[in-house]
Structures are given as C-alpha cells and as structure tokens.
Design a protein around this ligand. Sequence first.
Ligand code: PMP
Length: 348
Amino acid sequence: MFSINKILRENIKKLVPYSSARDEFKGEASVFLDANENAFGSPLEQQYNRYPDPLQYKVKKRLSDIKGVPPRNIFLGNGSDEAIDVLFRSFCNPGVDNVILVPPTYGMYEVSANINDIKINKVPLTEEYQLNLEGIAEAINDHTKMIFICSPNNPTGNSINRDDIETLLANFSGLVVIDEAYINFSRQKTFIQELTEYANLVVLQTLSKAWGLAGLRVGMAFASEEIIEVMNKVKPPYNINEASQELALKALQNVDQVNGWIKEILLQRDRLVLTLKDFDFVLDIYPSDANFILVKTTDPKGIYNFLVDKGIIVRDRSKVDLCEGCLRITVGTPAENDILLQTLQNYK
Ligand code: PMP
C-alpha cells in the first residue's frame, strides 16, 4: 500500500520551507517594503520590479478549468524538467534510493537521477516498446521510490498499454510518474482523471509541445494534494517568472488555435509516414502517437549528415539500444516537411 510518509525523505518531512512576508500577511496593503525590490519600477514598459506569485494561482486556476483538476492538485515547474528534479529531491535519498527507468525513453530521468545521486534500475521495454512487467516486478526493492513511464514515449512515439500502467499503479508502493508531454497528439486518454483512484500517481504535462511555448518553460505535475504540497515546499520559491506566468495565462485562452495546430500536425505526421515509407533507405516507421516519428533506416549516420549539410536537423537515435538505425523526426510545418521530403529525394 502506498503511503506518502513511507517514501518521503526524512529531511523533507522536517523541512521548514522558505516563506516571504507576503505569504504570511493575509490582509490588504499598498506599500510593500518587505522584499528589497526596487520600488521605483523597471526599465521596461511592463513592470517586473515585484516578485511573482510563488504558487502561480492564476495560471493554475486557468489550467484547472481546462483540465478539470482542482488547483491544489497542480504543481508548476520551470518546464516539466524541473518537476522531474523536484520529485527526485522530494522522495529519493542520495546514495540510497533507486528509481526504475524503462529505456529507450526520455533522457532527463537518467540525468536528473545522476545529478541527485540516485541509483537507476533499467528494465528495457520489450521489442514492441511496451512494459516488461515481470522484469519491473523483479527490479523493485525496498529502496525503489519511483517508476518513470513516458506515454506517448520519447523517442519511440508509441503509447504504453493502459492496463499495464494500471497494474503498476495498483501494485507498486512508490510513485508511478506518467510523463504525458505528448498526450495532446495521442488517441489515448490522459491519466489525470485517475488521480482520485491512485494516491501514488503523478502525471507530468507541459506547455512546451502542443501549446507551442517551449521558450516560456512551464511544465505541470498533477498529483494528490499531499504530493503537490511536498513539491511546493521543495521547489525554489519563485520558480516561474512573472513574464512566463502572464504569457502562459494569455496563451491558455487560445485552446481553439492549439487544437487546430494539433489537427494539422496529425495530418502532416500521416503525410510524412506515407511518403517516407516509399524511400529505399527506410526500413520501418514506428506507429506514432506523438508529434514526431521514429524512422528505421539503412544508413542513419549517412542520412543525418546529408541532411545537416542541407541545413536540416533531425535527431540521430541510432546508438540507442532498441533504436538501432533510427532517426527521430519532428513533424514540421507543411513547408518544412516539403523541404525535408524533397531533400531526401536526392539522397543516393
Ligand atoms: N518529457 C518528455 C517526454 C519530453 O520529451 C520533454 C522535452 N523534450 C520533456 C518532458 C521536457 O519538457 P519541458 O520543456 O516541459 O521541460
């Protein structure tokens, strides 16, 4: 059975988080001389002389309306990369605890584990890029705090079977972190609606992909109130800057525009698959639920270098286990995809 007290680090249980005078003060005031800001203003049209809301209430309220999850179940990070790091710092004891990773998958889980000196137990995906549940069960020990599942998975593009994830959620006594960075491109349902069902569920999403805001650095974690409280304690106090909060709030009004792009990206994804599969050097294209495709080729290095020469950059994943020969190609605009496909006509 999952219990947050069993997995929380002792130092975090005792931690007194940073608090500002403005957190403590609940009334009305017009003169703020508490935070050593420059009260005269900023050398910009927009005023950024005041610290931002540490708990980003307005952005969370808007996200809450879109996602159907109360603000108290939402954590915001400086990208979901920060949420990943905060999870490690909240729940994993350096040099003692371990996490389970299921490669090939998003590289930051491993980097973040290494930065935090957390051991990694790798249980590779099957040939079908699905979970090896038996292998995971064997790899879990008393010090296993988290399992990271990326669905749709980067770099393979496929979604992970929902039943398998639910099996983990029901049986693992640590956190199951489901990274849904690419969920908007998927036919699969998000796990956000399962938060009331599973106390050990953490869902990661981001504004960097479908929302087109990678430059703002805003990522989300959805979890129980208890987990979110811990994450808020551990994060740097002002982790989302004022400009990002304002712009995210503004962008989050444009749901229709984003849905339009998603439709177009899915059409362009189909078009790339249909055209690429006829090239001689393409051996396989894996079914994608994301805004990229994994393409197995006869000569990944050669194609990669040929494209770089023409100013086109794709991601060479051919050295990654289970992705031998593969390039990962992001779906671009119709014009960018034209350039890619026309250029590849001239390869060999
Ligand atoms: N998760 C996955 C699966 C990703 O591919 C990425 C970015 N490539 C991230 C998280 C990080 O997203 P963010 O920009 O929100 O830090």
